[in-house]
Design a binder for this molecule. Structure first.
Ligand code: WTA
Length: 634
């Protein structure tokens, strides 16, 4: 089970091997897992259709590897620690044996509700241990989970349920977030008005609200598990059977369902976890992400559990009850590896060092970041005040679509450079392409970041629409997977990710398509059309700047305020609070070319506060509009 590389020299050897003999390299890793039937081929692929298959004809169940195979040697080791929102409440500590029993029990409950292999189950839950149980229970019986982050609106959930044609929703009455409680069941009820595919809803009692239950549809969690056996044989899955769908935003309006499968995802989640975090047997590992995002899937649930690690889940927020909470929790549980997002670091930085300096943080060995580029100032703060200059920072670059970490340092093994993700993991073959799609081979260059060879956890398709997968990721540069990111490679071959080069905005590490937010804004009756761009934001990385054309342009300050509030409300309804535009500028028209295409470059420059760098505007239909936009910039 130990897949760990132990020195930088060994990394270089393994990397070379993974390129010269990828099949042999991955076979060596994959065969350490428990297969119900061995695979007969390591990989078969082409990036044209695309069609990528790993560990062909193997049968496996990811939960057998994440739970059962540890029982003999680690049955009494802690699998999961849960730290509640309220520091006065007791933490939950489950051993591998206990987690195994809970997962089996709930898997049996799902079966009793007629959930079968291949059925889709949407999970909309708080960050509580039962969320992990629900995810693993689905995988155990071969049902496909699709976790929806518990900050999305009813409208957004309904979209996802309909797209996945989900048969069941698992939710809770509500959730605790800092000093607030947020309803979940009520949001699900609203969503389900438009979702006839859903037959059953299981509701966990998290905040004690006793929500209204719909007869014949809704079942309390406790009732669902009553009398269920605590053992449930794992369903044998083909390597390429779907494990989960996770919706993510792209440059078109509708979020797409990224599909990952049992075999390849399993191998890569475990391999990358052990190497990036250099996890050692008695370590306590904490990733602060939410399981509603890919980071939580791969590095709270699957990667750590597949590795027999102790993984921690946190229900709360970094600033409750005070901005020292993360560090208090690190000391309380003796956390060894700590993995968070740059936006959280920047937010905590703003409260000053005192909150971090009052904790010892002695146990920390490795710090990680993910989700967006980390600026040097935040990197240094993290390194000096949290890591006490003795912990390496692994800046992990990857995506929902890649399933696992692609470019990153490996704990203390790799050289480190602020704001640089560093080198690719073994098995990962990044390239930088120029405008024409030609590979730039030298160092000290910049280009579009693509991959020229598959890895086990690459997305297989976008659910229900394979063509969309092809067009989005495999059609820009023939024979390559296109990430949507731009990157630099320095003199020593270390990668630095610059950010998205497509119409995707990254707000606090959350991805939104500009078209997705525009559609939401346009859903408001007063809006004629809109254009959304990102602009640099001190804490969130990027903020959302919307240019809105209304039927009656609001003129006086109070009318403008009212119209803004209305539009924000519509976005919250359509997507959720996480997509609120920071700035809304009302304009009489948008800068368009004669063919009707919005010139976003101009809007971006204005939003970035650089109206003197608009470039060529001669192809515009109506140049006057630009002057008005520049004058009214917020
Ligand atoms: C960005 C999150 C710079 C990038 C795991 C990518 C990063 C998108 C980093 C994927 C990083 C993620 N440095 N940028 N270390 N990690 N990104 O799908 O633009 O939510 O394409 O996956 O986040 O976001 P996603």
């Amino acid at each position: 089970m130990d897949l760990k590389i132990n020195s930088f020299d060994e990394y270089k050897e393994q990397y070379a091997l993974s390129v010269s003999d990828p099949d042999g390299f991955w076979d060596n890793i994959a065969k350490t897992f428990t297969w119900r039937r061995p695979y007969d081929k390591v990989c078969e692929w082409n990036f044209d259709e695309p069609s990528v298959k790993w560990f062909l004809n193997g049968q496996v169940n990811i939960t057998e590897n994440a739970l059962d195979r540890h029982l003999e040697t680690r049955g009494n080791k802690l699998a999961l620690i849960w730290e509640p929102n309220d520091p006065k409440e007791r933490a939950v500590r489950w051993t591998y044996r206990e987690l195994h029993a809970k997962v089996c029990e709930f898997a049996n409950a799902l079966k009793a509700q007629d959930i079968n292999k291949g059925d889709r189950v949407v999970i909309y839950m708080p960050m509580i241990p039962e969320l992990t149980v629900a995810v693993l229970a689905c995988a155990r019986i071969g049902a496909v989970h699709s976790v929806v982050f518990a900050g999305f609106s009813a409208h957004a959930i309904a979209d996802r349920i309909q797209d996945a044609q989900a048969k069941m929703v698992i939710t809770a009455d509500g959730l605790n977030r800092g000093a607030k409680q947020v309803p979940l069941k009520r949001v699900v009820d609203e969503a389900l008005q438009a979702c006839p595919s859903v037959e059953k809803v299981i509701v966990y009692d998290c905040v004690g609200w006793e929500p209204k239950m719909v007869d014949g549809r809704d079942i309390p969690w406790d009732q669902a598990i009553r009398g269920m056996a605590k053992d449930c044989p794992p369903t044998a899955m083909d390597s390429e059977d779907m494990l989960f769908i996770l919706y993510t935003s792209g440059s078109t309006g509708k979020p797409k369902g990224v599909v990952h499968t049992h075999g390849g995802y399993m191998v890569y989640a475990a391999y990358s976890f052990q190497n990036v975090f250099q996890y050692e047997e008695s370590d306590i590992y904490w990733c602060t992400a939410d399981i509603g995002w890919i980071t939580g899937h791969s590095y709270i649930v699957y990667g750590p559990l597949l590795s027999g690690a102790t993984t921690m889940m946190f229900e709360g927020v970094p600033t409750y009850p005070d901005p020292g909470r993360f560090w208090q929790v690190c000391d309380k549980h003796g956390v060894n590896q700590f993995y968070t997002a740059p936006t959280a670091i920047r937010a905590l930085m703003a409260y000053g060092e005192d909150h971090v300096l009052s904790y010892s943080l002695d146990s920390l060995k490795v710090l990680g970041t993910v989700g967006e580029p980390i600026n040097e100032e935040a990197w240094r703060w993290y390194h000096i005040h949290v890591g006490k200059e003795k912990c390496p920072i692994v800046d992990t670059w990857w995506q929902t679509e890649t399933g696992g970490i692609m470019i990153s340092g490996l704990g203390h093994l790799s050289p480190m450079k602020p704001a640089h993700a560093g080198y690719p993991l073994p098995g990962i073959q990044p390239v930088l392409l120029d405008q024409e799609g030609k590979e730039i081979k030298e160092n000290g260059v910049e280009g579009y970041l693509c991959m020229k060879y598959p890895w086990p956890s690459i997305l297989r398709t976008t659910y229900g629409d394979h063509e969309r997968c092809r067009v989005t990721y495999f059609s820009h540069y023939k024979g390559h997977y296109f990430t949507g990111d731009g990157a630099k490679r320095d003199e020593n071959g270390m990668y630095r990710i610059i950010g998205r080069v497509d119409d995707v905005i990254n707000v606090s590490g959350h991805r939104f398509g500009t078209a997705e937010i525009e559609n939401a804004i346009n859903a408001n009756g007063i809006v004629v059309e809109s254009a959304v761009v990102g602009y640099p934001h001190d804490i969130k990385g990027q903020g959302i700047y919307a240019y809105v054309v209304c039927e009656d342009l609001p003129k006086d300050p109070s009318a403008i305020e009212t119209a803004r509030a209305e539009i924000v409300e519509t976005v919250v309804e359509q997507i959720g609070k996480i997509a609120k535009p920071e700035k809304i500028q009302f304009v009489s028209g948008l800068p368009k070319t004669r063919s009707g295409k919005i010139m976003r470059r101009i809007l971006r420059k204005v939003a970035e506060g650089e109206p003197d760098k608009l470039g060529d505007t001669s192809t515009l239909l109506d140049p006057d509009v630009v002057e008005e936009i520049v004058k009214g910039a917020l």
